[in-house]
Design a protein around this ligand. Sequence first.
Ligand SMILES: Nc1ncnc2c1ncn2[C@@H]1O[C@H](COP(=O)(O)OP(=O)(O)O)[C@@H](O)[C@H]1O
Ligand SMILES: [Mg+2]
Length: 413
Amino acid sequence: MNNILLATDFVDLRDRFRAATGQPIPALPPGPLPESPAQLFQQLGGGDIPEIVVIDERSGTEAALALASRLDIECPGIAVVLVSDRVAELGLSAMRAGVSDIVPTESEEDEIRAALDRAIRVTRQRAPAGLGDGTDLGAGTQSRRGQVISVVSPKGGVGKTTIAANLAVGLARSAPHSTVLVDLDLQFGDVANALNLTPEHTIVDVVQGAAARDSMVLKTFLTQHDTGLTVVCGPNSPAEADLVGVSELTHLLQTLAAEFRFVIIDTAPALTDHTLAALDMTDDLILVTSMDVPGVRGLRKELDILRDLGMGFDRRHVVVNFADTHSGLTRADVEATIGTGVDLVLPRSRATAVSINQGVPLMQNEIRDPMTKKLRRLVDRFAPAPLKEPGPAATKLGSRLGGRHRLRRGGTR
Ligand SMILES: Nc1ncnc2c1ncn2[C@@H]1O[C@H](COP(=O)(O)OP(=O)(O)O)[C@@H](O)[C@H]1O
Ligand SMILES: [Mg+2]
């Protein structure tokens, strides 16, 4: 028989199912039914992921149907069988909640077996071979791995989260359910604020337990944004950062890359072990600096370190943020100092600060602002079907200036 999980407080029902299937059947701890599949998997602890969840309607009709409905939507690989004596009364609502079958409480063993067999057959037919949600990771191509794009800088406050959130929202809008944004600023991450999300679960919950073992379970722990973007939010407190191990993080990113077309990673300032683990999997690196001397010098050092570590990144995108004509620096100054081309210059813009404070990124409602236009250009570098001309080619990067250049404080050209 298959893995079956019983959600019931009634011992007689457990005995009946055990006898019918000839196997020990795990049951959820007594108490109210879990409100979501994620809660159910948490209660399951280290147990196997079930193929069938049997919910006893006597534990609460509304809660039973609500859980069935969420399992139906979020976990297509799991069948739900309802145990109830109100078959006629509940038939329609149970059907709407995606319940495979209803079994009366006093059913004979062969009736139970038949219901379980039917449930599993139907579920196997409808579940996709992989556990993807239909996002096309490049069907027809050799690799089914999504594109990993990391946003880094040695300093805080330069716009990493702003850029990561806008890029992720822009990509999600161009291809719904294609994109996941990961908050890897494990101590002070604020992706959830930038997107006005109140997550039920954070990265701490998905690097361990059932979510770490099964991609379908993982998806039930992720947070959904109105734009169709999926988000792995940062821990609730800085102390929890230690609960995210580097190898567990690598495993999480690999799973996300197998499930989503784009994995956008927002990082903490500095090259932490977690950031380096993310960089190991990164296809496109977005390096951000503010348009000021400390920021640009910091970026130069980061580029040097990455090169020394053998992380040159052919697909590198240098973004200068907070550009304004009064900074005393020009794009050419920045390029001379960092020894490579700048791909995108983002203006200082009030609308940006307001949008982040409101939790609605500019790319979500396309507010008319010079920053929105520039961010659109960044999205178009990666979007499957650019809405406009793509930005300048990445080949602009390279050692145009060669060697190390001192930062010149120039006029505002
Ligand atoms: N181009 C910009 N113009 C004005 N404010 C900006 C701009 N980019 C970012 N900000 C604001 O600067 C602050 C820091 O940005 P954030 O993206 O959180 O930086 P980081 O993630 O690098 O620490 C935020 O309040 C954000 O709204
Ligand atoms: Mg940040």
